[in-house]
Design a protein around this ligand. Structure first.
Ligand code: F6R
Length: 488
């Protein structure tokens, strides 16, 4: 069991949403098991919010709800209504299949049989759980066996009391529910369990540190190989052992893919030389341009690179032509905003800062993609220094994505944004790099970039996203890696 203690409910919800969406990113046809109640509400809200900012797609997703009251289908407190009002109805698109057992069917044996058959057919990849104050998971009340399957169950007095807050009075709370069994829950590949508030503290302690038995059904989660418990400080207040909050990979990181990128943003790409944009972030740029306005600003005239052309002017002209060819391929807009530092000095000049300020004000970027601030290549280093110094003068700071490339690689542990892409995307990126004819004739840019992308795909999944006991997941064949700093 991995235990993550968050400062508050909001942080808990953000982490859970991140985890959920990363599951969707690595498997677009994921099968999700979903909980209701008050605990996951923040998570659902956060997922909905992210869907407004990113192009997440639920159309291949399958969902199973854990349980349903034996209550009229029309009742506003039924979980069907809860799910429509709080989640499904607000997603950009509906999941392919939504399975919620019908709780009031007199022939509930048939409902259970069908639900079990569906569970067998679509094994759950990722299960979200809440915790009853009596230690129940789904409606598996104390006394439930680890072998239990989907069934009709009598709700305990405590659960009826706890849930009476959703009804006009206690007498309205149903006494029965249909629930997924514990054995079904334990078959999920990954489980996240969420709990917040003081009233959950004892159940949280029994679940994590207590002995495994049916007095606390949630303690059966200790037998599962891949459970992450996300709790707030109050819910964690009765835990006796210390739980380290190490690098949390999946929770903190942003996994983007061909189909999942930000949308409706203004994006500024800082390219010290004409070819850095293609070499370092060509793959993601070609995806971003589908949903965003992307402008690349070239920071130096590039005439120092050894290449054909008699005069610096001629060399710059041919590099500009190459950059224009790149922008046609990636569908970006390119502006040339040459800094004096390239020709005249080791520091950027005030004029350079002013020029960049003009570009910034014209574009008003939500995201800036730029070289890493530890990139030692002098032109890259000065470009980033200039941008960061300029941002210090601004009240609002856009989100920053530091890219890596052939001149500087990120420290593996610090990578927190990955963009996985396929062979087709690689071909587009290579075409964009190839547009810089003068450069590929002197450097093996394509092969080296491709190798870095393969290396990232291999190492990040194993090393960054997997902690002890978890199984590594498969990323795409190629990965561009970024360090992301959220805007302020
Ligand atoms: C609901 C469910 C229940 C709840 C639990 C906590 O689908 O399965 O186990 O997760 O009763 O409820 P809240 O979150 O309302 O405290």
């Amino acid at each position: 069991m991995k235990v993550i203690i968050c400062d508050d409910y909001q942080k808990l919800s953000e982490k859970a949403a991140n985890y959920f969406l990363n599951q969707l990113a690595i498997k677009s046809d994921s099968v999700f098991g979903l909980a209701t109640g008050s605990t996951p509400l923040g998570t659902y809200q956060e997922i909905i919010k992210r869907c407004q900012e990113f192009s997440y797609n639920f159309s291949q997703v399958i969902t199973f709800n854990l349980d349903e009251y034996c209550i009229s289908l029309k009742h506003p407190q039924g979980y069907r209504h809860y799910m429509m009002n709080n989640f499904f109805g607000k997603l950009p698109n509906k999941p392919k299949h939504i399975y919620i057992p019908t709780g009031n069917d007199s022939n509930y044996q048939k409902v259970i049989k069908e639900y079990e058959a569906k569970l067998k057919r679509y094994p759950i990849d990722f299960q979200v759980l809440g915790l009853g104050s009596n230690g129940h998971i789904a409606f598996n009340e104390p006394g439930s066996s680890i072998k239990s399957k989907t069934r009709r169950i009598a709700l305990s007095e405590q659960t009826i009391n706890d849930n009476s807050r959703f009804f006009n009075n206690k007498s309205e709370v149903p006494h029965y529910a249909l629930t997924m069994g514990i054995s079904n829950i334990l078959r999920a590949k990954k489980i996240i369990m969420l709990a917040n508030g003081k009233h959950k503290a004892e159940a949280v302690r029994d679940m994590i540190e207590g002995s495994i038995n049916s007095d606390c059904p949630a303690s059966f989660l200790q037998t599962h190989p891949d459970v992450t418990i996300i709790v707030d400080k109050e819910a964690a207040s009765k835990l006796k052992k210390k739980y380290s909050v190490s690098k949390e990979g999946w929770f903190e990181d942003l996994i983007l893919t061909e189909n999942i990128v930000p949308k409706n943003k203004k994006i500024l790409v800082v390219s010290p030389h004409h070819d850095d944009s293609a070499v370092s972030c060509g793959a993601i740029l070609s995806c971003l341009t589908k949903y965003n306005k992307v402008t690349t600003v070239v920071m130096s005239n590039g005439s120092h690179a050894s290449m054909k052309g008699n005069t610096p002017k001629e060399r710059t002209a041919s590099r500009e032509q190459e950059a224009k060819n790149e922008s046609r391929i990636l569908k970006t807009k390119t502006i040339f905003n040459y800094s004096q530092f390239y020709d005249f000095g080791k520091k950027y000049w005030q004029n350079d800062l002013k020029r960049f300020a003009k570009v910034f004000k014209a574009i008003k970027p939500d995201i800036i993609i730029l070289p890493d601030d530890r990139d030692n290549h002098p032109t890259h280093a000065l470009s980033t220094e200039l941008v960061l110094d300029f941002l210090k003068t601004q009240k609002k700071r856009p989100e920053l994505w530091y890219y890596e490339g052939l001149w500087s690689q990120h420290v593996l542990e610090e990578i927190n944004l990955i963009f996985g892409y396929n062979k087709k995307r690689l071909a587009i990126k290579n075409k964009a790099i190839r547009a810089h004819k003068s450069q590929i004739s002197r450097l093996p840019l394509i092969g080296a970039t491709e190798n870095l992308a393969r290396f990232r795909a291999l190492t990040i999944a194993e090393q960054n996203f997997v902690s002890y006991g978890e199984s590594p997941f498969e990323l795409d064949d190629y990965v561009e890696a970024y360090f992301r700093e959220k805007g302020q």
